[in-house]
Design a protein around this ligand. Structure first.
Ligand SMILES: [Fe+2]
Length: 419
């Protein structure tokens, strides 16, 4: 193998190992938990990420590859209709078979296949496509590692015993303050948006193109729990004039009166976290709010959400978070009080923008089923920018576009204001 293939194989194996590592603190009963259709069970994530390598690499490019079960093609297909009709998403938690051990065998089987493919592919006529798809498979698995954290948090939260996924490290005192809120001015003008350079990016970050951005100001940090509490105390959830029509309808239908995991108990304000139920820190960023809540909060304090072009322009002068492939803490921390500039860009909560998730001018999907990865979701969703405490740092960059429906709030999503 050349050094390129060797490096790729090392990256592949490290990514595969980390998926197992983040599951290692689960009890066996946790592996099939699915508290809602959108929160896939850990075992399904382990299988589906293997399915991706099997479907898009081993089946098309490794001639002697044999499958463990033909049915896995259906069971672990997420949404690729070009591959076939997927098993229904809401019932993934019913898949007690294959067992966890069988899924681990499936993972090893796929790992061996990718090793064989990489060792023999230098002379392969599809060499470039193989390398490109393995990189995509690694990036895909990293996205599922983040989803593992968001989904297990949601599923564990449904248990009145408030089980913790992991014990907390040292956390700040709940009364510690974060840096003061300030707005950083930007001149705007003719700017470029979208990924530049030769590194990996998803198709939805391309092509890089020009945008006109009016002068704007962006908050130096995210909105805190205490600031969001003031919105609640001022009747934020009872004042229709603050809300988009769809947002107000969601508030009424869902009975929302606070962010997703907030609880007020006899012991004071708490929130459910991956460390279990803990005291809510006033200075920590508010997390698990929907796009509608972010929008209403911004309107309440006479500001607005940024556009994705504004966010990218502001983030482009800061370094992305580096090449780490593991998260450091599964809960967002307060902004350090001694620092200046735009804080919490990547390591706390995703930041809702007011930009609709639409194709950039000239956007093209790849041919075949793999083209279903991003493009077909460009309808009715909003873009979130940055990253969160459960994102894999190596994935994050100024041009990265996350996207969710505006009522969604089980992701680690927060609020950065703009004016
Ligand atoms: Fe996936």
């Amino acid at each position: 193998m050349s050094s390129v293939e060797n490096t790729l194989l090392r990256q592949f194996l490290a990514t595969r190992r980390y998926s197992l590592q983040i599951c290692s603190s689960l009890e066996v009963e946790d592996y099939n938990l699915q508290a809602a259709d959108f929160a896939s069970p850990p075992k399904w994530h382990l299988a589906h990420t293997s399915w991706f390598f099997e479907t898009f690499l081993l089946k098309p490019f490794l001639p002697d590859y044999t499958v463990i079960s033909d049915l896995y093609e259906t069971l672990f297909n997420s949404y690729y209709n070009g591959v076939g009709k997927p098993f229904q998403r809401a019932s993934r938690g019913l898949l007690s078979r294959p067992t966890l051990d069988e899924v681990l065998v499936y993972r090893s089987h796929v790992d061996e296949g990718i090793g064989t493919l990489l060792r023999g592919q230098q002379a392969h006529s599809e060499h470039d496509a193989i390398v490109e798809r393995i990189v995509l498979g690694i990036e895909h698995e990293r996205q599922h590692q983040e989803l593992f954290f968001t989904d297990i948090k949601y599923s564990l939260s449904a248990n009145p015993l408030t089980p913790s996924y992991t014990q907390p490290g040292t956390r700040g005192n709940s009364s510690e303050t974060s840096t003061a809120l300030a707005f950083i001015p930007f001149e705007g003008g003719l700017t470029e948006t979208g990924n530049e350079g030769s590194g990996f990016s998803f198709d939805n970050e391309l092509p890089r193109h020009r945008s006109w951005v009016e002068p704007f100001k962006l908050a130096n940090r995210l909105v805190t729990n205490a600031e969001y509490q003031a919105f609640i105390d001022d009747g934020g959830y009872q004042r229709p004039e603050l809300w988009l029509a769809d947002g107000w309808a969601t508030v009424i239908d869902s009975g929302w009166s606070s962010p997703l995991y907030w609880q007020n108990t006899k012991d004071g304000p708490m929130e459910f976290t991956l460390h279990g139920l803990v005291a809510r820190q006033e200075s920590a960023p508010v997390c698990h709010v929907s796009g509608y809540e972010a929008e209403a909060y911004a309107r309440w304090c006479d500001a607005r959400l940024p556009t994705e072009q504004e966010w990218e322009l502001a983030a482009s002068v800061h370094s992305p978070p580096g090449l780490g492939i593991e998260i450091s803490s599964p809960h967002p921390e307060r902004a350090p009080s001694e620092t200046t500039g735009a804080l919490q860009l990547y390591d706390s909560c995703w930041q809702w923008t007011r930009s609709a998730y639409t194709p950039y001018p000239g956007f093209k999907t790849s041919p075949g089923a793999i083209g279903e990865y991003n493009g077909k979701f460009m309808s009715n969703q909003w873009v979130l920018r940055g990253g969160s405490c459960v994102s894999i740092p190596a994935q994050l960059r100024p041009s990265y576009r996350n996207f969710f429906y505006p009522p969604d709030r089980w992701q680690f999503s927060g609020i950065r204001l703009a004016k």
